[in-house]
Design a protein around this ligand. Structure first.
Ligand code: IDC
Length: 490
């Protein structure tokens, strides 16, 4: 679906080509004397292209406050279906669709509204649904029932005959004016199992991870990041902020500000910035839940307006169940969403982010019990000299079912040291390229270990470009990363 070129966006309000132009009708709501007042209005806007569409729905509660809601509607055409939704849990049975609130948007006061949406597919026609229910009540209204309600259902009010252009249509992203990864791709969004750019097309980001900021701060400066953007032609900087091991817990304000500075340096060079809350030991993310909430509240508020930020909420959970990780994610994600609703969030997986494999599990535990949040991806990590076909097979199996992001991998063993395994690394990266899975390599540093890209001592000097400063791993990765990107722009 997403490979089909999209014509410019239009709203249902102004479009005539794709069928019915139904919008919120207005009427007085039925109400019984004893029951709570109910009522709702729904605005459905869509943009459509051959075979696919995106729909946004604004739901307004015109009754008494509710703490949970379910929206229902029926597609007019049997070929229409929801392929991936956000801001609600979406289900379709035949032509009947329901959207259940998420934990963070279930409460709707009187008159309050919330917006949800989905990507869809269609075959023969793509008319808009014309009737909606909220918690079983037909959404007919724009008026609160302050006067005596009718005893029978009001007649359906016809849709407006003239388009009411009260809200401007959503902006079509203009063609990119710059050539950096962020200038071309803009705000990212998860679509299906892919990471999609501002044109709704799947992309792969390739880049490098910092080492622990507490140890290698001298490796991250204007010259080294210029080399990453220009010489390496990278798309992405992963900012690894350890929480323990003399990291964040020792100086929250200092590490938060160090991360923000690197976000700015990445932005200035058109690089995406992956903010990694680098939990490792202890492996239970719940140990750092309060710190995570404090940290992500701060960085998401400060960076909300930026298009280049991706949040990685826990690096490598280990020794804990998937349900614990999921519980952690469902507490941290709303903190980020409250400030930065449209950013992609990445959730670590069981067994050092191996999708469970390193602890005897597999990705089924996630597929069967996904994190209840939209616009998220799941982490997969590997070290090429240690992790081979068993892990590759599981990644491939999971890739058609879950949005995956390799936020960290090494060309060496899982210790971070040893020789580059070029054969396994090549097999891995060819697989990630084929599946369009984004990655960051451990590490863009001069640590005295095989996984470091720079020779020891490099970060004491001022020169990072070219191959003279690189280790075997650095050379291997620079060659992989600097090949041209092919980001779709329409
Ligand atoms: C390693 C570093 C090493 C450091 C160690 C403990 O390379 O210098 O002493 O962490 O902090 C991971 C982790 C990552 C590890 C890396 C290599 O995410 O923190 O870095 N690795 O062991 N998971 C698998 C491997």
């Amino acid at each position: 679906m997403s490979s089909i070129p999209r014509p410019p966006r239009r709203t249902l309000l102004v479009s005539g080509a794709v069928g019915a132009l139904a919008l919120a009708a207005t009427a007085v709501l039925p109400m019984t004397t004893a029951a709570a007042a109910t009522g709702c209005a729904v605005t459905y806007t869509t943009n459509s292209w051959p075979g696919g569409f995106t729909a946004n729905l604004t739901i307004q509660n015109l009754g008494d406050p509710v703490s949970a809601w379910a929206l229902g509607f029926t597609f007019p055409d049997s070929g229409q279906r929801v392929t991936q939704g956000w801001s609600a849990t979406w289900q379709q049975s035949g032509s009947a669709v329901t959207a259940q609130n998420m934990s963070y948007n279930g409460a709707l006061g009187s008159g309050a509204s919330t917006t949800i949406g989905f990507n869809g597919a269609w075959t023969t026609a793509n008319p808009a649904p014309t009737a909606f229910t909220l918690n079983g009540t037909t959404c007919t209204g724009g008026i609160s029932p302050t006067t005596a309600p009718p005893t029978t259902l009001p007649p359906t009010t016809p849709p407006p005959t003239t388009p009411p252009p009260t809200t401007p249509p959503p902006t079509t992203p203009p063609p990119p004016t710059g050539t950096t990864p962020v200038a071309i791709n803009g705000q990212l969004r998860v679509c299906g199992v892919s990471l999609c750019n501002q044109y709704g097309r799947p992309i792969q980001l390739r880049g490098m991870s910092t080492h622990g900021l507490q140890w290698f701060a001298n490796c991250y400066n204007d010259a080294s990041l210029d080399a990453l953007a220009n010489d390496w032609q990278a798309d992405l900087l992963r900012i690894s902020m350890y929480v323990q091991e003399k990291g964040y817990e020792t100086n929250p304000a200092g590490f938060t500000s160090q991360v923000n500075t690197l976000v700015d340096k990445a932005e200035a060079r058109g690089l995406y910035a992956l903010i990694d809350f680098h939990t490792l030991t202890p492996g239970d993310p719940m140990y750092n839940l309060d710190r995570a909430k404090t940290f992500f509240a701060a960085v998401s508020a400060r960076n909300a307006a930026k298009k280049n930020v991706i949040y990685e909420i826990t690096n490598e959970p280990n020794g804990v169940s998937w349900s614990t990780i999921k519980n952690y994610a469902e507490q941290v994600i709303p903190v980020i969403r409250a400030n930065d609703p449209d950013a992609v969030v990445i959730v670590g997986t069981r067994g050092w982010s191996s999708l469970g494999v390193s602890e005897g599990g597999n990705s089924d535990e996630i597929v069967n019990n996904p994190v209840r949040a939209d616009n998220i991806m799941y982490t997969f990590h590997f070290y090429a000299a240690s992790h081979q076909d068993t892990y590759r097979n599981e990644l491939q199996r999971a890739a058609s079912r879950l949005p995956l992001f390799v936020t960290e991998f090494g060309t060496v063993t899982y210790t971070g040291d040893g020789a580059v395994d070029a054969a396994s690394s090549t097999t891995w990266l060819d697989l990630l390229d084929r599946l369009k899975i984004s990655y960051a390599n451990w590490t863009y540093s001069d640590a005295g270990e095989g996984s470091a890209a720079f020779r020891p001592g490099t970060c004491n000097g001022g020169s990072y470009a070219g191959t003279a400063v690189l280790t075997d791993s650095g050379n291997f990765m620079r060659n992989r990363i600097r090949t041209p990107d092919s980001f779709p722009t329409s």
